[in-house]
Design a protein around this ligand. Sequence first.
Ligand SMILES: [Mg+2]
Length: 244
Amino acid sequence: MTAAETSLMTQPIPIPQKNWALFLDMDGTLLDIADSPAEVIVPVGLLATLEVAEKWLDGALAIVSGRTLGELETLLSPLKLFLAAEHGAIFLAPETRLPRIVLAHPVPRHMATMIEAAIASWPGVFLEVKSYGVAVHFRHAPQRGEDVKALLEGLADGCRDFSVLPGRMVYELRHRQVNKGRAVAELMQRPPFSGRVPVFVGDDVTDEEGFREAERQNGIGLHVGEVFGGSPENVRRWLRCLRD
Ligand SMILES: [Mg+2]
């Protein structure tokens, strides 16, 4: 751990407990952030670490991410874990290959078309269309952040079911009721998660609802910045302790 990382840490790293239900964000938590979501690298050993941790927790480990189900399955292949994709709009349990859709409220097609038209003249800004949301990334055009936000907020204002979720160099338009807190609540109602202490690890604004739900259920929210010095490598090292 570098001195810079240590100086960022304002909360102690907790010792993992066997009675936890562990909810892990993907990008910026398990994986280092890349220039674009497609360019992330799954570090050697991460899948083995997750597999051992999942067994140690008797299966009570889930990935809760804004990514689509297909992307999560590809990144984690051949490992089969509980997945809550698109911020909890879609769930997949390891024992079944049938995704369960919680809230089937796709962003209306005309909204995606309007976004496409608006960003066509903004180089470096790109649209990612998911099943139940759209994300507009501006990592390569940070000066466009406010424009992207205003564009999506304008569309959300005209449709009370949708809201704008901020992320790292990205804004997303999605159904109001879809968030990581709901994903945690949903999973905590079922085995092997129910009856355990929820622990949510995330790095971003969209993870805050996950932290809040974990805390509401007498669990813990662990912010990668505050607890792990902003380093996914420190999260991965900590996860390697989840074993006998
Ligand atoms: Mg993240």
